[in-house]
Design a binder for this molecule. Structure first.
Ligand SMILES: [Zn+2]
Length: 281
């Protein structure tokens, strides 16, 4: 009984937070495309640690990815981030519980891909073989569980040193107060970078802030983002598996030295990666 009361209290508090977050976002107006953002806005966005190359808007002007929410103070933005992280973490735990339950009840293998009608069997098999062949990389980082679908652990081998955490900080280059949308790992140039989870390469790009960048989309609306790379060894659209090498660290873009910037997005917004990094699932 006490447990039930506690649960209801937690959900009530969560719903209240979501409602206040929604009201914070109501009166904002969003630029339609990146070309609509003026020079001053670009400078401000960059100084605040945002990534203008990540901004995406739908045809109605609604921000769908990497949103800036013009007008929000950094405190409000951090509070939103905290709520997003909490929500994402709870959903992840729920999802993992469901996965464990279903794996106990369902036999492993390609059962789910078997056709409803026997005439389609050969087609189903050739589709499956084609899907296997589409894999472009082999998992080589043994510290990442094979087939992991959520981004747990780190994208580097072992336990790399974190030199800057997620959240508010004085930017090491501009000296301004900024919001850091990920964590920085110290890494000498040329260190192998691995995807911690199965996914699809969503973007490979280069710009003055992130340098050589890579974004991978994973199950359940999660994405991982990698910056300042020396080189990227996968292409947009590639299927990648947990533990596959996807890039090498470098010192490109706006940095004070060689390191890997690593970000996690949930539902299009950056969240604090620390829960994911510190957890072995
Ligand atoms: Zn960083």
């Amino acid at each position: 009984m006490n447990n039930i009361r506690l649960c209801m209290f937690v959900w009530g508090a969560l719903l209240a937070q979501v409602a206040s977050a929604a009201s914070l976002l109501q009166p904002q107006s969003f630029p339609k495309t990146s070309a609509d953002i003026g020079f001053i806005d670009r400078v401000v966005i960059q100084q605040e640690g945002y990534e203008p190359w990540e901004k995406e808007y739908d045809r109605n002007g609604n921000c769908i990815s990497g949103c800036t929410y013009p007008g929000l103070t950094i405190q409000d933005d951090l509070e939103l981030s905290r709520q997003r992280t909490e929500n994402a973490w709870m959903q992840t735990q729920q999802y993992l519980r469901q996965q464990r339950l279903s794996s106990q009840q369902t036999p492993s293998g390609i059962t789910a891909e078997q056709p409803k009608q026997s005439g389609n069997l050969s087609q189903a098999i050739s589709n499956w073989v084609e899907k296997q062949n589409a894999r472009r990389c082999t998992p080589v980082n043994s510290s990442v569980p094979v087939g992991q679908i959520m981004p747990f652990g780190t994208p580097l081998v072992g336990t790399p040193t974190i030199t800057s955490k997620y959240g508010a900080r004085t930017h090491p280059v501009t000296g301004n107060l900024s919001k850091h949308e990920g964590v920085d790992f110290s890494a000498v140039i040329g260190t192998d970078v691995f995807t911690p989870a199965n996914g699809t390469v969503a973007a490979v790009w280069s710009d003055s802030t992130c340098g050589n960048g890579l974004r991978i989309s994973h199950a359940n609306g999660y994405e991982t983002v990698y910056c300042h790379l020396n080189k990227v060894v996968v292409n947009k659209g590639d299927k990648v598996e947990a533990g596959c090498k996807v890039a090498e660290t470098g010192n490109t873009g706006r940095t004070t030295g060689p390191h890997l910037h690593y970000g996690i997005k949930a539902g299009g917004d950056y969240i604090d990666p620390m829960n994911w990094i510190n957890t072995k699932n």
